[in-house]
Ligand binder design. Structure first.
Ligand SMILES: NC(=O)c1ccc[n+]([C@@H]2O[C@H](COP(=O)([O-])OP(=O)(O)OC[C@H]3O[C@@H](n4cnc5c(N)ncnc54)[C@H](O)[C@@H]3O)[C@@H](O)[C@H]2O)c1
Ligand SMILES: [Zn+2]
Length: 370
């Protein structure tokens, strides 16, 4: 069996390359080596056993060439960031995915299954419960609310604070450029897959962490930024009040989820959350990094927030668990494995720009008025 892994030089794609090779697949990688992710070119972890094509998923000839003789497509390539080049998110994540199906269908390629990387980002501000009005899918918190430093989600009808629910697959509510592009990517894949009989699965990863996660982009921030600040003895800059919560999942649990849905036909034509199902606040995360690093750094609640950020995002994971998957590694293992990898590569290079200043300059990190 031959698998094409788009984005196979990246963090998640690279771990999938290793797993598919270990499981006896012929592996082909298509990756543009986006300089934002790979400023030094091909990453050292890219296995020489994998066939490597450098190219863009939005380029017709390149993608067609990469698809030759392929049984399985693992579509991991994407543009993920917080920066305001909105159209680029749509070009790569949506047009690239549509082109994949266009070519499979037009050229009658014998692809047996496509797995696309979706994201927890498709839930936007999330799913909440007003004590009086019940379930709601809120709009993102307004600029005036954020400027006033009111962080929790409020009911649009009565103004009461709402409680977050775990995120179920049946609802989605994206607003920012990345989230919209990932939902559109998923809909293109599941919709065209269904209409043309190409078994397709979309996996909505939570924040995936572990060795090899990009040290360079703005998106995969918290682990790298806190670890590198801890190592330099610098304070952690914490947005909002630090009580916002996230769901962190170990890269190997994500790899296991991919292999499970590959084998299991009951997964076809559906989207699944792949997360830990546990809430970790940014402050708890910061404490965990501080404990692991052994550096007694300060936390600085900076009075800032990130435009387009959401307040609470914890995935419900029962749907994928019912097919036999379980997250098996916790936050402590995530941090141990990430720090061990950083040690292995000789530390986080000093010359990596702290994305904080770039996001600040681009107006992504905003200071509250009061
Ligand atoms: N890491 C996470 O926390 C997370 C969470 C949710 C979803 N995802 C999704 O998982 C997938 C993999 O993410 P990752 O964290 O490994 O990212 P990554 O940036 O490490 O890897 C993405 C790879 O895609 C390549 N790429 C980018 N644009 C391309 C293009 N136009 N053509 C070909 N290759 C291109 C990059 O060079 C990179 O090697 C993405 O689809 C992402 O949206 C990731
Ligand atoms: Zn209400």
């Amino acid at each position: 069996m031959r698998v094409l892994i788009t984005g196979g030089a990246g963090f998640i794609g690279g771990h999938l390359v290793d797993r598919f090779l270990a499981d006896g697949f012929h592996v082909r990688v298509l990756d543009s080596l986006d300089p934002k992710i790979h400023p030094y070119g091909e990453p050292p972890w890219l296995s020489p056993q994998a066939e490597f094509i450098q190219g863009d998923v939005t380029d017709r000839e390149t993608l067609l060439n990469a698809l030759k003789g392929v049984d399985i497509v693992s579509h991991q390539a994407a543009y993920q960031d917080y920066m305001p080049d909105f159209s680029h998110f749509i070009d790569v994540n949506v047009t690239g995915t549509a082109l994949l199906y266009e070519l499979i269908i037009e050229k009658k390629l014998p692809v047996k299954k496509v797995i696309v990387a979706s994201s927890q980002a498709v839930y936007g501000e999330g799913q909440y419960e007003c004590p009086e009005h019940g379930f709601l899918l809120p709009m993102p918190r307004s600029i005036s609310q954020l400027q006033a430093g009111i962080w929790e989600v409020q009911c649009p009808k009565c103004g009461e604070y709402c409680l977050p629910r775990v995120l179920c697959e049946e609802h989605n509510n994206p607003y920012n450029q990345y989230a919209v592009s990932k939902l559109a990517e998923e809909k293109v894949a599941l919709g065209l897959g269904w209409l043309h009989g190409i078994p397709t699965v979309a996996l909505r990863y939570s924040i995936t962490q572990g060795p090899r996660q990009s040290l360079f982009n703005h998106y995969s921030g918290i682990c790298r930024i806190f670890v590198s600040r801890a190592m330099r003895g610098e304070p952690f800059i914490i947005y909002e009040d630090g009580k916002q919560t996230r769901d962190f999942i170990h890269i190997q649990d994500v790899v296991d989820a991919n292999m499970l849905v590959l084998e299991n036909r009951n997964a076809d034509f559906q989207a699944f959350n792949v997360g830990s199902g546990h809430a970790v606040s940014v402050l708890e995360y910061a404490q965990a990094v501080r404990n692991k690093s052994g550096h007694d750094v300060d936390f600085q609640i900076s009075g800032e927030y990130r435009r387009g950020d959401n307040r609470h995002s914890i995935s419900a994971i029962e749907k994928l668990c019912s097919l036999g998957w379980q997250p098996r590694r916790n936050l402590s293992t995530i941090l141990d494995d990430f720090i061990a990898w950083v040690d292995d590569i000789g530390g986080i290079p000093d010359k990596i720009a702290d994305p904080y200043w770039q996001m600040k300059k681009a107006g992504v990190v905003v200071t509250v008025a009061h």
